[in-house]
Design a protein around this ligand. Sequence first.
Ligand code: HPA
Length: 270
Amino acid sequence: MWEQVQETVSYIKAITNFTPEYGVILGSGLGSFTDDMDIEFTIPYNEIPNFPVSTVLGHKGALVFGTMGNKKIVAMQGRFHFYEGYSMKEVTFPVRVMKYLGISKLVVSNASGGVNPDYNMGEIIIIKDHINFTPEHPLNGPNDERFGPRFVNMSEPYSRKMIVKAKELAKELNIVVKDGIYFGLQGPSFETLAEYKMVKILGADCVGMSTVSEVIVARHMDLETFGISVITDIGDEDNIDDISHDEVLEAAKKAEPNVRRLIKELILKY
Ligand code: HPA
Protein backbone atom coordinates (compact mmCIF):
# COMPACT_ATOMS: atom_id res chain seq x y z
CA MET A 1 0.00 0.00 0.00
CA TRP A 2 2.80 2.45 0.95
CA GLU A 3 4.58 1.80 -2.35
CA GLN A 4 1.37 2.20 -4.38
CA VAL A 5 0.57 5.49 -2.66
CA GLN A 6 4.09 6.78 -3.31
CA GLU A 7 3.93 5.63 -6.94
CA THR A 8 0.65 7.50 -7.47
CA VAL A 9 2.00 10.60 -5.72
CA SER A 10 5.15 10.50 -7.89
CA TYR A 11 3.01 10.23 -11.03
CA ILE A 12 1.04 13.33 -10.06
CA LYS A 13 4.12 15.24 -8.89
CA ALA A 14 5.78 14.55 -12.25
CA ILE A 15 2.91 16.45 -13.90
CA THR A 16 3.08 19.38 -11.47
CA ASN A 17 4.75 20.50 -8.26
CA PHE A 18 1.42 21.86 -6.94
CA THR A 19 1.28 21.27 -3.16
CA PRO A 20 -2.27 21.45 -1.79
CA GLU A 21 -3.06 22.32 1.82
CA TYR A 22 -6.72 21.25 1.67
CA GLY A 23 -8.26 18.05 0.32
CA VAL A 24 -11.97 18.21 -0.46
CA ILE A 25 -14.19 15.22 -1.22
CA LEU A 26 -17.27 16.30 -3.13
CA GLY A 27 -20.31 14.08 -2.59
CA SER A 28 -23.61 13.60 -4.43
CA GLY A 29 -24.66 16.67 -6.39
CA LEU A 30 -21.98 18.87 -4.82
CA GLY A 31 -19.47 18.62 -7.64
CA SER A 32 -19.86 22.26 -8.75
CA PHE A 33 -17.67 23.39 -5.84
CA THR A 34 -14.78 23.35 -8.30
CA ASP A 35 -16.46 26.25 -10.20
CA ASP A 36 -15.27 28.47 -7.31
CA MET A 37 -11.68 27.32 -7.76
CA ASP A 38 -9.09 28.76 -10.09
CA ILE A 39 -8.31 25.41 -11.61
CA GLU A 40 -4.70 24.67 -12.44
CA PHE A 41 -5.27 21.22 -13.82
CA THR A 42 -7.57 18.22 -13.72
CA ILE A 43 -6.64 14.54 -13.84
CA PRO A 44 -9.40 12.01 -14.58
CA TYR A 45 -9.31 9.06 -12.18
CA ASN A 46 -8.88 6.62 -15.05
CA GLU A 47 -5.50 8.20 -15.87
CA ILE A 48 -4.16 7.92 -12.32
CA PRO A 49 -2.19 4.76 -11.55
CA ASN A 50 -3.68 2.60 -8.77
CA PHE A 51 -6.92 4.64 -8.60
CA PRO A 52 -10.26 2.82 -8.77
CA VAL A 53 -12.81 4.10 -11.30
CA SER A 54 -16.13 5.53 -10.13
CA THR A 55 -19.25 3.78 -11.43
CA VAL A 56 -22.18 5.74 -9.97
CA LEU A 57 -24.24 8.15 -12.04
CA GLY A 58 -24.03 11.71 -10.74
CA HIS A 59 -20.51 11.19 -9.44
CA LYS A 60 -17.81 12.60 -11.65
CA GLY A 61 -14.35 11.12 -11.49
CA ALA A 62 -11.39 13.47 -11.41
CA LEU A 63 -8.82 15.04 -9.13
CA VAL A 64 -9.04 18.80 -9.54
CA PHE A 65 -6.12 20.99 -8.46
CA GLY A 66 -6.53 24.71 -7.97
CA THR A 67 -6.62 27.70 -5.67
CA MET A 68 -9.24 29.66 -3.81
CA GLY A 69 -7.86 32.97 -2.62
CA ASN A 70 -4.42 32.04 -1.36
CA LYS A 71 -5.43 28.48 -0.41
CA LYS A 72 -4.28 25.53 -2.46
CA ILE A 73 -6.79 22.73 -2.89
CA VAL A 74 -7.06 19.28 -4.36
CA ALA A 75 -10.69 18.28 -4.85
CA MET A 76 -12.01 14.80 -5.49
CA GLN A 77 -14.83 15.21 -7.94
CA GLY A 78 -16.57 11.98 -7.11
CA ARG A 79 -15.67 9.41 -4.50
CA PHE A 80 -15.54 5.63 -4.29
CA HIS A 81 -18.09 3.61 -2.36
CA PHE A 82 -17.95 0.17 -0.79
CA TYR A 83 -21.23 -0.73 -2.54
CA GLU A 84 -19.55 -0.35 -5.92
CA GLY A 85 -17.54 -3.44 -5.05
CA TYR A 86 -14.33 -1.83 -3.81
CA SER A 87 -12.66 -2.80 -0.58
CA MET A 88 -12.49 -0.09 2.08
CA LYS A 89 -8.74 0.14 1.38
CA GLU A 90 -9.55 1.01 -2.23
CA VAL A 91 -12.31 3.42 -1.17
CA THR A 92 -9.85 5.33 1.01
CA PHE A 93 -6.78 5.10 -1.24
CA PRO A 94 -7.25 8.64 -2.64
CA VAL A 95 -7.24 10.08 0.91
CA ARG A 96 -3.78 8.58 1.40
CA VAL A 97 -2.62 9.99 -1.92
CA MET A 98 -3.90 13.48 -1.01
CA LYS A 99 -2.02 13.28 2.30
CA TYR A 100 1.28 12.64 0.53
CA LEU A 101 0.53 15.31 -2.06
CA GLY A 102 0.76 17.60 0.96
CA ILE A 103 -2.68 18.19 2.48
CA SER A 104 -3.02 18.74 6.23
CA LYS A 105 -6.80 19.27 6.24
CA LEU A 106 -9.62 17.26 4.71
CA VAL A 107 -13.16 18.48 4.04
CA VAL A 108 -15.74 15.82 3.19
CA SER A 109 -19.31 16.23 2.02
CA ASN A 110 -22.15 13.81 1.49
CA ALA A 111 -25.90 13.37 1.20
CA SER A 112 -27.73 11.55 3.96
CA GLY A 113 -31.12 10.53 5.24
CA GLY A 114 -32.27 12.43 8.32
CA VAL A 115 -33.65 10.55 11.32
CA ASN A 116 -33.50 13.47 13.75
CA PRO A 117 -37.08 14.87 13.90
CA ASP A 118 -35.67 18.42 13.96
CA TYR A 119 -34.13 17.98 10.52
CA ASN A 120 -35.76 19.13 7.28
CA MET A 121 -35.09 18.16 3.67
CA GLY A 122 -32.27 20.15 2.14
CA GLU A 123 -30.77 21.22 5.47
CA ILE A 124 -27.05 21.41 6.01
CA ILE A 125 -25.64 19.36 8.87
CA ILE A 126 -22.17 19.82 10.29
CA ILE A 127 -20.99 16.34 11.21
CA LYS A 128 -19.74 16.36 14.81
CA ASP A 129 -19.18 12.62 15.19
CA HIS A 130 -19.99 9.33 13.50
CA ILE A 131 -20.94 5.73 14.18
CA ASN A 132 -19.27 3.21 11.92
CA PHE A 133 -21.57 0.32 11.00
CA THR A 134 -19.96 -0.44 7.67
CA PRO A 135 -18.93 -4.10 7.30
CA GLU A 136 -15.21 -3.65 6.65
CA HIS A 137 -12.64 -1.57 8.48
CA PRO A 138 -10.17 0.29 6.24
CA LEU A 139 -7.35 -0.32 8.75
CA ASN A 140 -7.73 -4.07 9.19
CA GLY A 141 -4.67 -6.18 8.49
CA PRO A 142 -1.03 -5.33 9.25
CA ASN A 143 -0.47 -1.69 10.18
CA ASP A 144 2.11 0.36 8.30
CA GLU A 145 3.53 2.73 10.93
CA ARG A 146 4.69 5.10 8.20
CA PHE A 147 1.03 6.07 7.74
CA GLY A 148 0.07 6.12 11.40
CA PRO A 149 -0.41 4.11 14.61
CA ARG A 150 -2.05 0.71 14.95
CA PHE A 151 -4.74 2.00 17.29
CA VAL A 152 -6.12 5.29 16.06
CA ASN A 153 -7.50 7.79 18.54
CA MET A 154 -11.01 8.67 17.41
CA SER A 155 -11.95 11.06 20.24
CA GLU A 156 -12.02 13.98 17.82
CA PRO A 157 -12.71 12.60 14.35
CA TYR A 158 -14.11 15.96 13.23
CA SER A 159 -12.03 19.00 14.21
CA ARG A 160 -13.76 20.96 16.97
CA LYS A 161 -11.96 24.11 15.90
CA MET A 162 -13.19 23.76 12.33
CA ILE A 163 -16.74 23.09 13.57
CA VAL A 164 -16.70 26.26 15.70
CA LYS A 165 -15.36 28.29 12.78
CA ALA A 166 -17.90 26.86 10.33
CA LYS A 167 -20.80 27.66 12.67
CA GLU A 168 -19.52 31.21 13.09
CA LEU A 169 -19.24 31.64 9.32
CA ALA A 170 -22.69 30.11 8.70
CA LYS A 171 -24.16 32.72 11.02
CA GLU A 172 -22.37 35.52 9.19
CA LEU A 173 -23.56 34.17 5.84
CA ASN A 174 -27.13 33.65 7.09
CA ILE A 175 -26.98 29.95 6.30
CA VAL A 176 -28.98 27.68 8.60
CA VAL A 177 -26.84 24.79 9.86
CA LYS A 178 -27.45 22.14 12.47
CA ASP A 179 -24.99 19.62 13.80
CA GLY A 180 -25.31 15.91 14.16
CA ILE A 181 -23.94 12.39 14.28
CA TYR A 182 -23.60 10.53 10.98
CA PHE A 183 -24.26 6.80 10.86
CA GLY A 184 -22.31 4.89 8.21
CA LEU A 185 -23.94 1.88 6.52
CA GLN A 186 -22.77 0.01 3.43
CA GLY A 187 -25.81 0.53 1.16
CA PRO A 188 -26.63 0.40 -1.68
CA SER A 189 -30.25 -0.11 -0.65
CA PHE A 190 -31.74 2.76 1.29
CA GLU A 191 -32.79 1.90 4.83
CA THR A 192 -36.03 0.17 5.75
CA LEU A 193 -38.21 2.07 8.19
CA ALA A 194 -37.03 -0.33 10.90
CA GLU A 195 -33.41 0.46 10.02
CA TYR A 196 -33.98 4.23 10.13
CA LYS A 197 -35.52 3.66 13.55
CA MET A 198 -32.47 1.64 14.63
CA VAL A 199 -30.15 4.45 13.50
CA LYS A 200 -32.12 6.89 15.61
CA ILE A 201 -32.24 4.60 18.67
CA LEU A 202 -28.48 4.06 18.44
CA GLY A 203 -27.95 7.79 18.79
CA ALA A 204 -27.33 9.13 15.30
CA ASP A 205 -29.05 11.97 13.47
CA CYS A 206 -28.53 11.00 9.85
CA VAL A 207 -27.42 8.00 7.82
CA GLY A 208 -25.44 7.52 4.65
CA MET A 209 -23.19 5.22 2.63
CA SER A 210 -19.85 7.01 2.64
CA THR A 211 -17.50 9.21 4.68
CA VAL A 212 -16.77 7.18 7.83
CA SER A 213 -13.95 5.10 6.32
CA GLU A 214 -12.43 8.16 4.66
CA VAL A 215 -12.43 9.98 7.99
CA ILE A 216 -10.90 7.01 9.84
CA VAL A 217 -8.06 6.85 7.30
CA ALA A 218 -7.63 10.64 7.46
CA ARG A 219 -7.32 10.44 11.26
CA HIS A 220 -4.91 7.51 10.93
CA MET A 221 -2.61 9.96 9.13
CA ASP A 222 -3.43 12.81 11.51
CA LEU A 223 -5.29 14.97 9.00
CA GLU A 224 -7.56 17.61 10.51
CA THR A 225 -11.02 16.71 9.22
CA PHE A 226 -14.31 18.53 8.67
CA GLY A 227 -17.55 16.97 7.41
CA ILE A 228 -20.80 18.34 6.06
CA SER A 229 -23.96 16.46 5.16
CA VAL A 230 -27.03 17.52 3.21
CA ILE A 231 -30.30 15.95 4.32
CA THR A 232 -31.81 14.69 1.09
CA ASP A 233 -34.60 12.58 2.53
CA ILE A 234 -36.26 11.95 5.86
CA GLY A 235 -36.31 8.45 7.34
CA ASP A 236 -39.44 8.79 9.37
CA GLU A 237 -41.57 5.85 10.50
CA ASP A 238 -44.78 7.82 10.03
CA ASN A 239 -43.86 9.07 6.61
CA ILE A 240 -43.54 6.31 4.06
CA ASP A 241 -41.83 8.23 1.31
CA ASP A 242 -40.52 6.55 -1.85
CA ILE A 243 -36.95 7.74 -1.96
CA SER A 244 -34.88 7.41 -5.12
CA HIS A 245 -31.33 8.32 -6.14
CA ASP A 246 -32.74 11.04 -8.44
CA GLU A 247 -34.56 12.64 -5.52
CA VAL A 248 -31.40 12.53 -3.43
CA LEU A 249 -29.47 14.28 -6.20
CA GLU A 250 -32.21 16.88 -6.68
CA ALA A 251 -32.37 17.72 -2.96
CA ALA A 252 -28.57 17.90 -2.78
CA LYS A 253 -28.56 20.25 -5.79
CA LYS A 254 -30.91 22.65 -4.02
CA ALA A 255 -28.59 22.91 -1.02
CA GLU A 256 -25.51 23.10 -3.20
CA PRO A 257 -25.07 26.92 -3.40
CA ASN A 258 -25.03 27.24 0.40
CA VAL A 259 -22.80 24.23 0.92
CA ARG A 260 -20.41 25.71 -1.62
CA ARG A 261 -20.39 29.13 0.06
CA LEU A 262 -19.87 27.66 3.51
CA ILE A 263 -17.02 25.34 2.54
CA LYS A 264 -15.40 28.12 0.51
CA GLU A 265 -15.50 30.56 3.44
CA LEU A 266 -14.20 27.92 5.83
CA ILE A 267 -11.25 27.17 3.59
CA LEU A 268 -10.51 30.87 3.09
CA LYS A 269 -10.86 31.85 6.75
CA TYR A 270 -9.71 28.83 8.77
N1 HPA B 1 -29.79 6.51 3.50
C1 HPA B 1 -28.54 6.21 3.14
N2 HPA B 1 -27.83 6.95 2.33
C2 HPA B 1 -28.37 8.07 1.86
C3 HPA B 1 -29.66 8.45 2.21
C4 HPA B 1 -30.42 7.62 3.05
O1 HPA B 1 -31.58 7.87 3.41
N3 HPA B 1 -29.91 9.62 1.58
C5 HPA B 1 -28.80 9.95 0.89
N4 HPA B 1 -27.87 9.02 1.06
